[in-house]
Write a protein that binds this ligand. Structure first.
Ligand SMILES: Cc1ncc(COP(=O)(O)O)c(C=O)c1O
Length: 365
């Protein structure tokens, strides 16, 4: 009951796929939306049998996200459940190449596996394509996250995939920040795409969910088997909510990105801001406060509209100083605030930010 390859898929554009894919057939009295099927078990004799092996609500979500990414999707209990299921496939002692500034939970899993002697790891600066290509030579798996969380570094995916494949390595791209609307790694020959669907895909800060997408049927089947075996399966209500969120992804992202681009311009002119990091697309901005960590902490306490909260990709604007997490690498500036721009009115967002930032500017002399 997971998504099947769909040779019959019409060549719709992404916004239409987001709205239509994974819906029930247009038949009299069939519901327009896939219903929430709460079932731990099914009548014996069919293909599924038990709730850990499949669910029609998961299948609808998997079809929609798979169609957007251009592959077959599997939903997982969380982004990190998807990450660990993939990392579990790496052979004993084999080498994983990963970004030094990837999401701290991903780096944490890789470090844990290395500490237990399961894998060897090489952390790289993913903006240095030559160095990444060199690191691929003896790798079994190349993990990319682009843009990275929270440094917002961007990888040149295509040449890295070529080098990795020449070395016989698989390539995973964590596409959480870009979403399939801004980047489709499978079209650049990456083997696997991973998502924290908790973020932009679900989009309303009320769900934990993960996903993996691939065009390789064998990889799909191996991952499904492992997901079902270890029970990293998604919650059905979470999957239903995420599918509901996915229906508006293009509209939300368009508005959030427009807001982000305007805020990047205004933030760059504010004297309290030392550096603005923005890859040119998407709805995440990282700013480094001129006066460092204390100013960053003050900023996150002084706003009324911006919410001080971790996570990102919701309709509401949130921000946090990332180094408040002890496991965030020391190469992330202490005063870096990661901002997840929502879909509110940009002038309200700016007024709230600007008044907090104005208070942080030290008087001259
Ligand atoms: C880029 C990225 N990948 C993976 C994850 C992990 O996803 P989840 O929190 O859904 O387990 C996160 C969470 O912040 C993330 O930002």
């Amino acid at each position: 009951m997971s998504s099947e390859p769909r040779a019959d898929r019409p060549a719709y554009r992404p916004a239409t796929i987001a709205v239509t894919s994974g819906r029930p057939a247009h038949e009299p009295d069939s519901p327009l939306n896939e219903p929430l099927t709460m079932a731990s078990t099914y009548v014996a004799g069919g293909d599924v049998e038990y709730g850990r092996y499949g669910n029609p609500t998961w299948a609808a979500f998997e079809t929609a996200l798979g169609d957007l990414e251009g592959g077959r999707c599997l939903a997982f209990a969380s982004g990190l459940a998807a990450v660990s299921t993939i990392l579990d496939l790496v052979g004993q002692g084999a080498k994983v190449v990963a970004p030094r500034h990837a999401y701290l939970g991903t780096i944490g899993q890789i470090a844990d596996l290395e500490a237990r002697g399961r894998i060897t790891a090489e952390l790289v600066d993913i903006t240095d394509t030559d160095a990444v290509v060199k690191a691929c030579a003896d790798a079994a798996l190349v993990w990319l996250e682009s843009p990275t969380n929270p440094a917002l570094e961007v990888a040149e995916i295509a040449p890295i995939v070529t080098a990795a494949h020449e070395a016989g390595a698989y390539v995973v791209v964590d596409n959480t920040f870009a979403t399939p609307l801004l980047q489709q790694p499978l079209s650049l020959d990456a083997d696997l795409v991973v998502h924290s669907a908790t973020k932009f895909i679900a989009g309303h800060s009320d769900v934990l969910l993960g996903a993996v997408v691939t065009q390789d049927d064998q990889l799909h089947d191996v991952l499904k088997k492992r997901r079902d075996m270890i029970g990293a399966t998604p919650g059905t209500f979470e999957t239903w909510l995420a599918l509901r969120g996915l229906r508006t992804l293009h509209v939300r992202l368009e508005r959030a990105q427009a807001n982000a681009q305007e805020l990047v311009r205004r933030l760059g002119e504010h004297p309290a801001v030392g550096e603005v990091r923005y890859p040119g697309f998407g709805a995440i901005i990282s700013v480094v406060l001129a006066e460092g960590a204390m100013a960053a902490d003050l900023l996150t306490r002084k706003t009324t509209l911006w919410v001080h909260a971790t996570s990102l990709g919701g309709v509401e604007s949130t921000f946090e100083r990332r180094r408040r997490w002890k496991t965030e690498p020391a190469t992330i500036p202490d005063g870096l605030v990661r901002m997840s721009v929502g879909i509110e009115d940009v002038d309200d967002l700016w007024d709230d930010l600007a008044s907090a930032l104005d208070d942080l500017v030290l008087p001259a002399g």
